[in-house]
Design a protein around this ligand. Structure first.
Ligand SMILES: NC(=O)c1ccc[n+]([C@@H]2O[C@H](COP(=O)([O-])OP(=O)(O)OC[C@H]3O[C@@H](n4cnc5c(N)ncnc54)[C@H](OP(=O)(O)O)[C@@H]3O)[C@@H](O)[C@H]2O)c1
Length: 373
């Protein structure tokens, strides 16, 4: 009987515990992967630390994690794009409402991935390099391409022009999601203006941003408006706690009308680290609710259509299979899409996953925390 182990969240706010778990079998539209590398996202410590408030549907025990690279060991009866032995990267969506976090959570030796959210890895790419991609690229794609958000045409459709008129604003271009948003918007043919700390400006430019302004500077909004230089703005993607307010101002002053918001306006990192969630965290959640309401009203008053992005919502729309079945495989193969940010491998084995989550919560700069398995 083949065995499987996972880093399991046994109770809300507990530390992950490595233990034996059932080996997932593939549903018809899934592959089962021997996981070789996982990446950590802010949502992992958000769920671990605040799940009873923010992910109320999630029941323990649960296996967290979204980003998987590894090797296919079994394929479902309906799978056509992959065979046993293929190296793949994919988005695990087990923590979403209605999904099974034991079956398809990333932080285990074997996990199930939906074929439509999986792409092949080329031989020159290592597992830790590939593992940085899934949630960052998926969230960026939701923001840019879903009709609910910017609704831009996907890169590289057969008759697509290489260049399109219009500017995409990406606030937070040196975040993991932001780096993907910059390169995907560029790949779709748009001019991109973005933000980063000065130390990361060149990296963001290398992904295709025309101008990168310092998001720490008091003049950041003015600088972005100047970078737009009177051109038409097709929309903004807001990443980082201060990003929504800043993007509303940029859009208001440049005539843009669409805002994709990916971050909460109040950070939950302090709350996630507390020994007890309630009642101590109530003021933070109250501030979060009020700030969200205030920003939503401010956007509406400025004539801006603003909506929150859910990075795994592409699982259930037509864009997900297009992104994972065509855009990412083709872009990775021809080099127009790079797996970004650079992996920061902090350990090997499931025992290292908890410290990797803690490392991500402590803060990274243009790096993706990765554990190899
Ligand atoms: N809604 C969703 O489905 C979804 C999915 C994924 C992520 N997210 C959210 O999106 C955000 C980014 O996630 P991530 O994984 O990409 O984050 P990350 O890579 O961990 O973000 C770290 C980066 O934040 C940047 N940063 C620091 N101050 C900033 C500021 N004032 N404005 C903008 N960026 C700043 C830093 O850039 P410098 O070092 O250059 O300053 C650093 O590189 C988070 O809020 C996360 O919770 C949402």
């Amino acid at each position: 009987m083949p065995e499987n182990s996972a880093a399991v969240l046994r109770e809300p706010r507990g530390s992950l515990v490595v233990e034996r778990v059932p080996l997932p079998g593939p549903a018809a539209d899934e592959v089962v992967v021997r996981v070789r590398a996982v990446a950590v996202n802010p949502v992992d410590w958000v769920i671990q630390g605040t799940g009873p408030v923010t992910y109320r549907w999630l029941r323990a025990p649960a296996v967290l994690g979204s980003d998987v690279a590894g090797e296919v060991v079994a394929v479902g009866s309906g799978v056509t794009r992959f065979a046993v032995g293929d190296r793949v990267v994919g988005l695990a969506t087990g923590t979403d409402r209605g999904r099974d976090p034991m079956h398809e959570g990333a932080f285990q030796e074997h996990t199930a991935l939906l074929e439509r959210l999986t792409a092949p890895i080329s031989p020159e790419l290592s597992d830790d390099q590939a593992a940085v991609l899934p949630l960052g690229a998926s969230t960026a794609a939701c923001a840019l391409f879903q009709p609910k958000h910017l609704g831009l045409p996907l890169p590289g459709a057969a008759d697509a022009p290489r260049e399109r008129s219009g500017v995409v604003v990406v606030w937070g271009g040196s975040t993991s999601v932001g780096m993907n948003a910059v390169q995907l918007a560029r790949a779709a043919g748009y001019t991109v203006v973005s933000t980063a700390s000065p130390r990361n400006a060149e990296t963001v430019r290398s992904l295709g941003a025309e101008v990168v302004v310092d998001h720490g500077a008091p003049t950041a909004v003015d600088d972005l408006v100047a970078a737009v230089a009177g051109r038409s703005v097709v929309g903004a993607v807001a990443l980082g706690t201060t990003s929504t307010a800043a993007c509303i101002e940029v859009l208001r002053r440049t005539g843009g009308t669409v805002l994709a918001m990916a971050s909460t306006p109040v950070s939950l990192d302090g709350v996630a680290g507390r020994r007890r969630l309630l009642p101590g965290a109530l003021p933070v959640f109250t501030r979060l609710g009020l700030a969200t309401l205030g920003l939503t009203l401010r956007a509406r008053r400025a004539g801006i259509r603003a909506a929150f992005v859910w990075g795994s919502s592409l699982r259930d729309d037509a864009m997900g299979p297009e992104l994972w079945g065509r855009v990412l495989p083709e872009g990775l193969a021809d080099g127009s899409i790079r797996p970004v940010p650079e992996p920061l491998v902090v350990g090997h084995g499931l025992d290292a996953v908890q410290s990797a989550i803690d490392r991500q919560r402590a803060g990274v700069s243009a790096r993706k925390v990765v554990v190899t398995l």
